[in-house]
Design a protein around this ligand. Structure first.
Ligand code: AGV
Ligand code: CA
Length: 313
């Protein structure tokens, strides 16, 4: 029996785990990827676009259209984080990948509008960076909401501490929300079916040496080898807790294929738009802003899925 197609529009922000997410997505048989837009948040746009095109070339999916966002959020990511993924384009498996004719559209808001409008059915909008592009598109044309089947967002920290550590902030926010807390505040008011995978869930899955050792044992598979190289670039940040790299976006993306590996809670949430706790996602009983929130992950099932997925040709 053929699985029904799941139409997916992917907006990422160029981090190492954003690209690991793209690798996974390109190997999900039920997913039809309608387009990719890149938010210049936890990356520099030009290098992120290049990595995106290289991965599409490796997966022989250069038919998938790409766009780059031109909106820059309220709170910029640290420059050293943004510069870090540049190394991906220099890895031995990436450096000689040609991207002839690679082009991108300049306006992610128009791109999202065009892709949603043209979609033959309800679309899962997967966001592994800030939500600004989607929110701006919906503001411009609220009728687009009818095309959104589900928004799946790596974002938030509800019952756990955030990961923003910077001046004039009290540490309660997660970075994807903090980058543009105004848009995040609006997203939860739009009445869309939103599923978030917040730090509450992703804190359970740090990138560990054990995991990488096990992955390396299957590095005869091209994409296992490539993913192992990508993850290795994140390891310098371990073990200091505040700089531990987690499988934030990878867990969020895996939800599309193995939702049963996660446990959820339905909660009413609000985002603090400004101030010392800008970007904080907090419970707001009575607000009517219902969100499906991942709270727990069955690690063994999740890892087994990653190993399986990365053994594909
Ligand atoms: O807050 C998690 C989000 C995810 O989308 N990003 C990284 C993931 O792509 C921001 C972030 C938090 N801590 C980081 C981050 C770190 N130590 N290095 C790079 N990015
Ligand atoms: Ca990201």
């Amino acid at each position: 029996a053929r699985q029904p197609k799941q139409y997916v529009l992917f907006d990422h922000d160029g981090g190492v785990d954003d690209f690991l997410s793209l690798l996974l997505l390109l190997h999900m048989p039920q997913v039809e990827l309608l387009g990719i837009s890149v938010t210049p948040a936890d990356c520099y746009l030009e290098t992120a676009l290049l990595t995106t095109h290289k991965l599409l070339a490796l997966a022989q999916r250069t038919d998938i259209e790409v766009s780059g966002g031109d909106y820059h959020g309220v709170n910029a990511f640290p420059s050293d984080w943004r510069a870090k993924p540049k190394i991906l384009n220099a890895l031995p498996s990436m450096i000689n990948v040609d991207t002839p004719g690679a082009a991108h559209y300049d306006d992610s808001v128009a791109f999202i509008w065009r892709k949603l409008t043209a979609a033959p059915g309800p679309v899962t909008v997967l966001l592994t960076g800030p939500c600004s592009n989607l929110v701006h598109a919906l503001e411009q044309d609220p009728t687009l909401a009818a095309k959104v089947g589900e928004v799946v967002w790596m974002g938030g920290a509800v019952d756990v501490i955030g990961n923003v550590k910077t001046y004039n902030h009290n540490g309660t926010a997660e970075w994807n929300v903090f980058w543009d807390p105004i848009s995040a505040h609006k997203l939860f008011r739009m009445g869309l079916p939103v599923t978030i995978v917040p730090l509450d869930a992703t804190n359970h899955v740090p990138v560990s040496f054990d995991f990488l050792q096990q992955l390396a044992r299957q590095s005869e598979y091209f994409f296992s080898n490539l993913a192992g190289q990508f993850w290795a670039t994140t390891i310098d940040t371990i073990p200091a807790y505040e700089y531990t790299y987690f499988m934030w976006d990878v867990l969020t993306t895996s939800y599309l294929a193995i939702p049963e590996a996660l446990d959820f809670e339905r909660v009413e949430l609000e985002v603090t738009p400004t101030g010392a706790s800008a970007g904080r996602t907090h419970r707001a009983p009575g607000s009517g802003q219902w969100v499906k929130m991942a709270v727990h992950v069955r690690k063994e099932d999740f890892y087994a899925y990653l190993f399986r997925q990365l053994r594909q040709p």
